[in-house]
Design a protein around this ligand. Structure first.
Ligand SMILES: NC(=O)c1ccc[n+]([C@@H]2O[C@H](COP(=O)([O-])OP(=O)(O)OC[C@H]3O[C@@H](n4cnc5c(N)ncnc54)[C@H](OP(=O)(O)O)[C@@H]3O)[C@@H](O)[C@H]2O)c1
Length: 241
């Protein structure tokens, strides 16, 4: 019998993160759903009840490296090790948690938004992946949920600067991680989910979360080593940096 694939999703309590969890469970994976307040994560706790032993909800504030270390300590207990040497490792890490401070205007920009966005959107995917690297299986996949707003080539107006700048930095994180993890055959990709109906995307967005995540998972599954370090959209099409 082949072992269950194991995946960890950050920012898993709502939006795209929650939909990742749903679809990973449906396809049969074991899932670790990380979020800031597991006690308040009603949808996740309901899902955990519906999938006994296959969904674990763990605390994680991606902006706090101490929280990364705590998660790295706790994870082996959840992943288990048993007789199968691969059983105790992660096959997929989805760095999904993100923040967008809306309403920023040139002339009134505040440092606090930049600091928060940089911590959550750029620093966290790098430092969390570093903290969890010993628990990633050789050949695993790491997905950084990016945005086309982080594309420097496609920037054609002034808007959401703390978000755009931090996502551009996150794209560099993807390239750097691809190099750091290449010798272990770990594929690292930056994925733009499309404009999606979530709290962040708003109700006018063109895609629902189910369609976006289905496309993202297809793209992740199709990505081999040749795609590591690339920036793709939810349909697997390359985006310019
Ligand atoms: N929706 C879109 O149209 C769109 C487009 C392009 C890219 N994206 C990207 O897709 C990802 C998911 O976005 P979404 O639309 O699902 O946004 P969302 O509905 O606003 O959800 C954001 C998630 O990130 C979590 N988060 C924020 N700061 C965190 C922290 N410090 N520690 C842990 N979790 C934290 C939130 O947790 P709390 O509930 O605790 O706040 C929430 O679970 C983000 O990286 C976003 O930039 C979205």
């Amino acid at each position: 019998m082949t072992r269950l694939r194991q995946a960890l999703v950050t920012g898993a309590n709502r939006g795209l993160g929650l939909e990742f969890v749903r679809q990973l469970l449906v396809r049969g994976d074991r899932v670790i759903a990380a979020c800031r307040h597991p006690g308040k994560a009603t949808a996740l706790n309901t899902l955990a009840g519906e999938h006994p032993g296959r969904l674990h909800v763990l605390p994680l504030d991606v902006a706090a490296p101490k929280s990364h270390a705590e998660l790295a300590r706790e994870l082996p207990l959840v992943l288990g090790d048993g007789d199968d040497p691969g059983k105790g490792s992660l096959d997929l890490l989805v760095n999904n948690a993100g923040v967008l401070h809306s309403g920023e205007r040139f002339g009134q920009l505040a440092a606090a938004n930049f600091e928060d966005s940089f911590r959550v959107n750029a620093m966290a995917p790098l430092l969390l992946t570093q903290a969890l690297a010993p628990l990633l299986a050789d050949g695993a996949r790491v997905t950084n949920v990016s945005s086309q707003l982080g594309s420097i080539a496609n920037c054609n107006r002034f808007g959401t600067p703390s978000y755009n700048i931090s996502k551009a930095a996150q794209n560099m994180v993807t390239r750097l991680l691809a190099h750091a993890l290449a010798e272990r055959g770990i594929v690292v990709v930056a994925l733009h989910p499309g404009w999606v109906q979530t709290d962040m995307g708003g109700k006018d967005a063109t895609l629902d979360a189910a369609a976006a995540v289905a496309g993202l998972l297809r793209t992740i599954d199709a990505a081999g080593m040749e795609a590591s370090g690339s920036f793709l959209d939810w349909q697997g099409q390359p985006l310019p940096w």
